[in-house]
Design a protein around this ligand. Structure first.
Ligand code: KG4
Ligand code: ZN
Length: 339
């Protein structure tokens, strides 16, 4: 089963050809860099670049895979959530191909794609159920309890900023550009994690929800009070910020395991799971519970990519073949994830 998948929900124009939900035959992603100067994604710029790039990205994948569209089995596309103007390129392109080539098209929820990123370049048996999933990106911070590739239950979500957004805002305050995650994490390796005692908001004692706005506001205050922004200061605040994020994740994971002691694995996915410090600290932390941490097999599968959309589509089609039909898929920036 070969699925040609499109992902254009934010600032990456990505296409991939994925076989049986796990094997990537070919993939291409163009990450837009024009947003750097603005400290965040500018929807109009993102829309223009998606429209300019998608066809070349598709041609690249087809030529790498040495395949024609008529020979693929199905198409898949991120329907939402995301930026409306960005989603439109992917949904329009995939719908057009579906109608022209009479190929079934499977709409995918972006977060379901991140959940299924764990399958890429692994065998299906590597993924054990039931497991906990921590999905952390620029737009979402969620905890799920999942029973099968298409059956998951939401345990908690952020009540304000997403964690990746907090990384991005800290970078913006420090003049480090966009996206913030990679540069903050690189600066953090040079700093002292105990320099600033930043707030860790755990919410009510049994809450599995998240809140990052207090952490962001505390960073703002410290930066505003600083007479001179030196490299040492930047490194130290980035390091302390990462430690605060780690402590929040550990607390929520501890609570989630208390509620679900039969969890087989903990999957850490989404853009923030590209963070090597968080990956390694969470992996050691989980040893005491006998639970193994699983992250996407390559760092590049943590951040937005089309292969994860192809993986999710494979499982959706396997569960309910009627979801794959020749159709126009409408972009939905506020799409709700359903089981
Ligand atoms: O999943 P993703 O590519 O897009 C969304 O669905 O939002 O996640 C992007 C987010 C950005 O906020 C970015 O700063 C963050 O992931 N990110 C990181 C790292 N790499 C990307 N955050 C922390 N450490 C990283 N190494
Ligand atoms: Zn994402």
């Amino acid at each position: 089963m070969k699925i040609l998948a499109f992902e254009t929900s934010c600032d990456d124009t990505a296409v991939a050809l994925v076989e049986s939900g796990t094997n990537i035959i070919a993939q291409k992603r163009v990450s837009q860099t024009d947003h750097e100067a603005w400290g965040g994604v500018v929807p109009e710029i993102a829309a223009r670049l998606h429209a300019e790039n998608w066809y070349a990205v598709l041609e690249n994948v087809l030529s790498d895979a040495n395949i024609k569209i008529k020979d693929i089995d199905s198409l898949a596309v991120t329907q939402g959530p995301g930026l409306q103007t960005s989603l439109l390129t992917g949904t329009t392109a995939a719908s057009f191909l579906s109608l022209c080539y009479q190929k079934p098209l499977i709409p995918v929820h972006h977060i379901h794609g991140h959940l299924c990123s764990i399958y890429l370049e692994r065998t299906q048996d590597d993924i054990k159920f039931p497991s906990l999933v921590l999905t952390v990106s620029g737009g979402h911070t969620n905890l799920y309890w999942w029973h099968s590739p298409t059956n998951f239950e939401s345990l908690g979500k952020t009540l304000d900023d997403a964690c990746g957004e907090a990384f991005d805002k800290l970078a913006k305050m420090l003049g480090l550009g966009y996206p913030g995650g990679p540069v903050v994490s690189q600066r953090a390796t040079l700093g002292n994690r105990l320099s600033f005692d930043l707030p860790r908001i755990y919410l009510e004692p049994d809450s599995l929800d998240f809140s990052f706005s207090g952490l962001k506001a505390a960073c703002r205050r410290i930066i505003d009070e600083q007479a001179k922004i030196t490299n040492t200061f930047i490194n130290n605040i980035c390091a302390s910020f990462e430690l605060a994020v780690l402590r929040i994740f550990k607390k929520k994971i501890e609570r989630a395991i208390a509620k679900h002691p039969n969890a087989m694995q903990l999957h850490f996915v989404g853009g923030v799971s590209a963070n090597t410090y968080l990956r390694s600290e969470l992996s050691s932390f989980l040893q005491q519970y006998g639970i193994c941490l699983l992250t996407p097999s390559k760092i590049e599968y943590s951040t937005d990519n089309a292969a994860m959309i192809g993986a999710a589509a494979y499982f959706l089609q396997a569960k309910d073949p009627s979801c794959a039909k020749v159709q126009m898929v409408e972009a939905n920036p506020r799409l709700i994830m359903k089981n």
